[in-house]
Write a protein that binds this ligand. Structure first.
Ligand code: OAD
Length: 235
């Protein structure tokens, strides 16, 4: 009989979407698609050349729109639907919407979402899978030139940090799936869970540099290893 957990946090990164055909960030021909991170995902880059940044996300949006969830995303939904816990939450660094397409719940997009735009004038957030450009007007306040993809750029605060902090301090099982663990603060989440006594398990193709904070490493493709692990938990 598998151990019982009450509060489970699943942190996901680009690796969980790799088997859905999406490139990870730090692989060859990664998601940055030969653009400099400083140009397309930083506050300074956006201030310098907003149209270049809009174009980058305009090109990425249709790829993410077309992508379908894989067996790792679906296994998480199966866990949420069938495991008797108080709470099972997903903290994702991914800007794709594959957890939503897999019909998961309790999803926190701490790095934002590709299909959302935020108005820097009034704070209004709206959804679109279409293109946005520098001179577009906000549908709420009507001011032009203030729209930004709702993606957290380097130099900005992560989203949902109060909720995330609460979940990490409460969880008794922390699972990390397909993240290299090099971008903070998300890379430090395992430490919070570990120091609070949670069991910490990493699913990755390789051990990451966070390795001493994980109680267990499950090496392999998440699309294979995660469903197997979740089926064991559900026994
Ligand atoms: P990375 O590209 O840094 O890391 C992806 C990880 O997934 C690597 O450790 C791979 O070994 C692993 N991986 C690849 N394929 C896998 C598979 N099939 N199964 C399991 N693991 C696999 O992506 P992230 O860690 O998500 O921020 O990157 C963190 C952040 O860096 C991103 O959210 C992004 C970027 O700055 C923003 O866009 C704001």
């Amino acid at each position: 009989m598998a151990e019982r957990y009450k509060n489970i946090v699943i942190l996901t990164g680009a690796g969980i979407s790799a088997e859905s055909g999406l490139s990870t960030f730090r692989s060859e021909n990664g998601l940055w698609n030969n653009h400099r991170v400083e140009d397309v995902a930083s506050v300074e880059g956006f201030a310098r050349n907003p149209e270049y940044v809009h174009e980058f996300y305009n090109e990425l949006r249709p790829l993410l729109f077309k992508a379908e969830p894989n067996s790792a995303h679906l296994a998480i939904t199966k866990l949420q639907e069938n495991y008797k816990a108080e709470n099972i939450s997903i903290i994702t660094q991914n800007v794709d919407t594959l957890h939503e397409k897999a019909k998961s719940k309790n999803i926190y997009h701490i790095h934002g979402q590709i299909n959302q735009i935020v108005c820097l004038n009034c704070g209004h957030i709206f959804e679109t899978w279409g293109e946005t450009h520098t001179d577009d007007a906000c549908p709420n306040c009507k001011v032009a030139g203030m729209l930004k993809p709702n993606i957290v750029f380097f130099g900005e605060n992560l989203l949902y940090m109060n909720e995330v902090d609460y979940l990490l301090n409460k969880c008794d099982l922390f699972i990390s799936v397909g993240t290299s663990g090099v971008v903070y603060p998300a890379a430090g989440f395992v430490q919070i869970a570990y120091l609070n006594g949670a069991k910490t398990i990493e699913f990755n193709m390789e051990q990451t540099s966070n390795n001493y904070m994980f109680s267990e490493h499950i090496i392999g493709k998440a699309g294979t290893t995660l469903p197997k692990f979740i089926d064991e938990l559900l026994k």
